[in-house]
Write a protein that binds this ligand. Structure first.
Ligand code: SF4
Length: 230
């Protein structure tokens, strides 16, 4: 990681947008490690990573390509105890600190699953964390939802006003699984009982054999995104 920390622009310049488009084209199809190395060299200490700790694929990749990167976890207060235990296990394995982001007081008036719950418990703490940063790394994949199917590997995040780096955007669930096996990564304990995409406990259910991994998220509500990636 370099010592240079470019300041976060309020609005992307035409030059930056051009640079990001060029990088996205050049890095499309590249190994996620190469994408992360580019991001680490380009954005230095202004680059941060947000993980849901449903797995540690992104942490493992970053440990190899962007060691020392700041890692954050959004604690909505509704996580499975297994997720918090897994977070501790991953922290110990990689010897990393994780910045835990919590909701402010207004969230107490919006109970779990209510209209503004995700906004106040997830989006607002993340936005506060990202303010003043230059770029953030996410684990989103194009196969996750229709809304994500055009996600570039690097681009400008208009909802958060910084660069967004999606090193595994092009990966399938099989690619993730192959990486977990190859790197012998620890698995979230709930994987063993059918939970494949894991968010808050009240709004996450296990899925059946062969079902879409995200079918258990907000099942039966029509909701597919919490607002973090809009
Ligand atoms: S995923 Fe569910 S419980 Fe978690 S913040 Fe969003 S609405 Fe609330």
């Amino acid at each position: 990681m370099t010592d240079t920390e470019p300041s976060a622009p309020d609005e992307p310049s035409a030059l930056l947008l051009e640079e990001l488009a060029e990088a996205a084209g050049r890095l499309e199809g590249a190994d996620p490690l190469e994408i992360l190395r580019y991001a680490s060299e380009r954005f230095g200490g202004g680059l941060v990573l947000a993980s849901s700790f449903q797995d540690c694929v992104l942490i493992d990749l970053a440990s190899r390509a962007a060691p020392g990167i700041t890692v954050a976890f959004i604690d909505t207060g509704f996580h499975f105890p297994e997720t918090l235990a897994y977070l501790g296990r991953v922290k110990r394995r990689y010897g990393i600190e994780v910045e835990v982001l919590s909701a402010g007081l207004p969230a107490s008036e919006w109970p779990c699953g209510s209209a503004r719950c995700c906004e106040l418990r997830k989006v607002a703490p993340l936005n506060a964390f990202l303010a003043g940063r230059t770029a953030w790394v996410t684990g989103l994949k194009r196969v996750d939802t229709p809304e994500r199917e055009l996600a570039p590997v690097v681009g400008w995040d208009h909802s958060k006003d910084l660069v967004k780096v999606n090193p595994i955007a092009a990966w399938s669930e099989d690619d993730v699984e192959a990486y977990v096996v190859a790197r012998e990564l620890p698995r979230h304990p709930l994987n063993a009982v059918g939970y494949l995409s894991i968010g808050c406990a009240p709004t996450t259910a296990p899925v059946g054999e062969g079902d879409d991994a995200r079918a258990g998220r907000w099942a039966g509500t029509g909701k597919t995104e919490c607002g973090l990636h809009l």
